[in-house]
Design a protein around this ligand. Structure first.
Ligand code: P6P
Length: 341
């Protein structure tokens, strides 16, 4: 079970938590702490605007279409610019990639470079902003594989998810939460706006082995193949790991749906569908959505699959590769994998 954080007077900041972990992992360096520090600063700036979205002129779209073919909302454009501006100065990155940008983002010559690569979805679920539903920033951290004295190659970025040295998300909602892993468990921090610090609220988060909630956009059922439809339908009856019907919950914002699955268990599904020409491989992006969430899920004792393969073993063929995603309690995910065979 997840461990509630210490009483008020012993609360731990992210930086203290990272430094504590660094002592336990000799390979960790201050670079990672610096990277997370700048990521957190960007998140606080994004949180400030997200929580005031109704007051500032940041609602609605910019009129532009992004590389995904989606309307760019003003806030996700803001979030993208803040992350690129802050993180290119952190001195520990050699490249970045954003869900909003078609190509790899190089670090300008004016800034010091490092060994890490940051891949992010600046504001996932942004279509929900105008109706005040949770949105989030998702991030994935890789270490370059080519020699430091060479230019970053696309092969440095297109690595399978098990190569991630860190992953996490910031959830902007009733409270702003940071959830991350560096391969030593999953830990959750809640932003205390009165001091501007993320304070540890849950350590060593564990996903229950079997859940009671399934999460999928049932409106797509006519676009699924038969096995997918039967797998989703199984959670409405007793032919499932629980032996009883599950509750259905679907926010339509991956960070919110995943966060609930991480804490309460169950399964989140975004199957392949025939609704959109891009969706035969699913809607969600492998590198900035599925892979970071899958590292978190596995670190919390859960499971993540595309229906056949472990997400973390899939080697991206392109920067914006998409995958079907089945993620959450290991018994529930395995049940779906068995149904899809
Ligand atoms: P649908 C948001 O646009 C997103 O990328 C994820 O955050 C979310 O899980 C999914 O799309 C929702 O897609 O087709 O159900 O609206």
């Amino acid at each position: 079970m997840s461990e509630q954080a210490a009483p008020q007077h012993r609360q731990i900041t992210v930086t203290e938590h990272l430094l504590l972990h660094q002592k336990q992992s000799p390979t960790a360096t201050g670079s990672f702490t610096q990277l997370l520090y700048d990521l957190i600063l960007a998140a606080k700036l994004i949180a400030r605007n997200v929580t005031k979205a109704g007051l500032l002129d940041v609602l609605g779209g910019t009129g532009e279409i992004n590389v995904q073919g989606e309307d760019v909302q003003k806030l996700d454009d803001y979030a993208n610019r803040i992350l690129i501006h802050r993180l290119q100065r952190t001195g520990v990155l050699c490249a970045m990639a954003s869900e909003e940008n078609a190509d790899v983002i190089n670090i300008p010559d004016a800034f010091r470079r490092g060994e890490y690569i940051l891949i992010f979805d600046p504001l996932d679920g942004s279509s929900n902003i105008d109706v005040n539903i949770n949105v989030g920033t998702i991030f994935s951290i890789l270490r370059r594989i080519s020699p430091s004295d060479q230019d970053v190659a696309l092969s440095d970025v297109l690595q399978p998810g098990y190569k991630q040295v860190g992953a996490g998300y910031v959830l902007y909602g009733p409270s702003t939460m940071l959830v991350y892993t560096t391969g030593q468990g999953v830990h959750a921090f809640t932003l205390d706006p009165s001091v501007g610090e993320f304070l540890l609220s849950l350590s060593n988060v564990k996903i229950p082995e079997t859940g009671k909630i399934y999460s999928v956009n049932e409106g797509n059922v006519s676009y699924w193949d038969e096995k997918t439809a039967l797998a989703a339908a199984s959670f409405k009856g007793s032919d499932n790991p629980r032996g009883a019907p599950y509750s259905h919950r679907y926010v339509g914002s991956l960070v919110a749906d995943f966060h609930r699955t991480l804490l309460k268990g169950g399964i989140f599904m975004y199957p392949m569908d025939y609704k959109d020409p891009d969706h035969p491989k699913g809607k969600l992006r492998l590198m900035c959505e599925a892979a970071p969430m899958s590292l978190l899920a596995e670190q919390a004792g859960g499971m993540a699959s595309d229906g056949r393969r472990r997400i973390l073993e899939i080697i991206p063929d392109t920067l914006h590769a998409r995958v079907p995603l089945y993620i959450g309690s290991k018994n529930d995910v395995q049940h779906v994998i068995n149904k899809l065979k």
